[in-house]
Every structure is written in C-alpha cells, then in structure tokens.
Design a protein around this ligand. Structure first.
Ligand code: AP5
Ligand code: MG
Length: 214
C-alpha cells in the first residue's frame, strides 16, 4: 500500500505534485482544503463553518477536520493507498491520524515535506490561478495555460482563490509556522520523514518523489 502525506507551507506545491503522484500511482488524492472549498461551493453547514476560518487564513478546528478525514479514509478506494494533501496540519491531527491508521489498518508509509523558501511562496500564491471546474492549478508566470483564462484540461474558467491575497497569506503562513511546521520533527521522530526541494522544475521533482516512493 502506498500511503503518503504531503507536508509543506501554503504554495509549496502540495496540490500540484499530489495530482501527478496520484495519477502515476493510481491512488486517491485527499485534500482537506479542496473538501472544504467544495462544501463552501455547495453552501452546506460544513462549508459555512469552514468559510469563517478559511477567509481569515485560520485553521478549521481539529475535531471537524479529523472527523472529515476519518470518514474519507474509511472508504474502499483507500484500501490500495491514498495521498493526504493539507492534512495533518497540527500535532493533535497527526496523533489522531496515527490512531485512525491503526484502527483501519491504513497507516501512513511516507511523509514528504516539500521545502520552498518564503519569498518564493508569496510569488506562487499571488500568481496562482485555479480551474473553477476541475481544480487544476496554474501560475500566471511559471505555469500559464495555453489559452489565457482557460483550463488546458477541461476548458473551465481560471479564477483566483479568495484566500490568495497578501493579507490572508500572512495569517496562513503564521498558522503554518506555529501549528504545522512542528510536524516535521514529529514525523522525523517516527522515521517517516523525507524532504524534497520544491523549487525544482516539476519533472525533476517527480523523479525525486519516485525515488522515495518507488
Ligand atoms: P489548502 O487548500 O490546503 O491550502 P494551503 O495549505 O494554504 O496550500 P495551497 O493549496 O495554497 O498550496 P499548495 O501547496 O497546494 O500549492 P500549489 O500546488 O497550488 O488549505 C486552505 C485552507 O483550508 C487553510 O488555510 C485552512 O483554513 C483550511 N484547511 C485545510 N486543511 C486543513 C486542516 N488539515 N486543518 C485545518 N484547516 C485546514 O502551488 C502553488 C502555486 O505554485 C501554483 O500556482 C503552482 O502552479 C505553482 N508551483 C507549484 N510547484 C511549482 C514548481 N515546482 N515550480 C514552479 N511553480 C510551481
Ligand atoms: Mg493546495
């Protein structure tokens, strides 16, 4: 079973690399951020709650997020493996995941930290565009679509995420340093941590990732 956590700051490339890894290894891509955005789009009670945190760049409370991930990991498609993008993000989430993994016999094998310096993160977040229909990520300079404003994959409209502005990003980075960065040591202690240089071009990065996973 290939079970992976992608760790990294906002804009490190978790979503971009997750899509490539999941297509290559044929495992489900579980992104808590995407799950919350879907709930916001559908105006569900979860979406309303999540939106009040996400719009300020704050983390959604642990009990809500842990419940959501537990339910998702229980599904049959995770039997062959899975990739978690954006979860866990706090020590209590990581501890809960360790327990869930044991309970469901779906423990995490690889924790991959995508390392990117902060000045690059700001540029990536402010230049990011995402497809409104399929969620594919682009960047106005680094990864422009073939036709401006249109998704290469499905032709959907490219939009900017509401939390992708400098002010909200400051809060997201502060949450990252305070709550999520300690997970690097947590997983080092469990002998599961690998680090990759997230500044490299995507194909080179994919070779590094394959060397770890494959
Ligand atoms: P989430 O959606 O997870 O956002 P995030 O962690 O802030 O990360 P991003 O999605 O912004 O960045 P990414 O690492 O995926 O980068 P990407 O691949 O797009 O979470 C959003 C919010 O939901 C949180 O703030 C929180 O409120 C809530 N939430 C989610 N999970 C939670 C949890 N577990 N607990 C509590 N709250 C939670 O790449 C960025 C840009 O860079 C793109 O434009 C891309 O094209 C470009 N790029 C990527 N890689 C490269 C490269 N190698 N070279 C050049 N450009 C690149
Ligand atoms: Mg993402």
């Amino acid at each position: 079973m290939i079970s992976i956590i992608l760790l990294g700051a906002p804009g490190a490339g978790k979503g971009t690399n997750a899509k490539r890894i999941c297509a290559h290894y044929n495992i489900p891509h579980i992104s808590t951020g995407d799950m919350f955005r879907e709930a916001i789009k559908n105006k569900t009670p979860l979406g309303e709650l999540a939106s009040s945190y996400i719009s300020k760049g704050l983390l959604v409370p642990d009990e809500v997020t842990i419940g959501l991930v537990k339910e998702r990991l229980s599904k049959e498609d995770c039997l062959k493996g899975y990739l978690l993008d954006g979860f866990p993000r706090t020590i209590p989430q990581a501890e809960a995941l360790t327990e869930i993994g044991k309970e469901l016999s779906r423990e995490v094998n690889y924790v991959i930290n995508i390392d990117v310096p902060e000045e690059i993160l700001v540029d990536r977040i402010c230049g990011r565009r995402v497809c409104k229909s399929c969620g594919a990520p682009y960047h106005v300079k680094n990864m422009p679509p073939k036709v401006e404003g249109k998704c290469d994959l499905c032709g959907g409209e490219l939009v900017q995420r509401k939390d992708d502005n400098e002010e909200t990003l400051k809060a997201r980075l502060s949450e990252y340093h305070h709550n999520t960065e300690p997970l690097v040591n947590y997983y080092k202690g469990l002998n599961k941590l690998y680090t990759v240089n997230g500044v490299k071009p995507l194909d080179e990065l994919m070779s590094d990732l394959n060397a770890i996973i494959g």
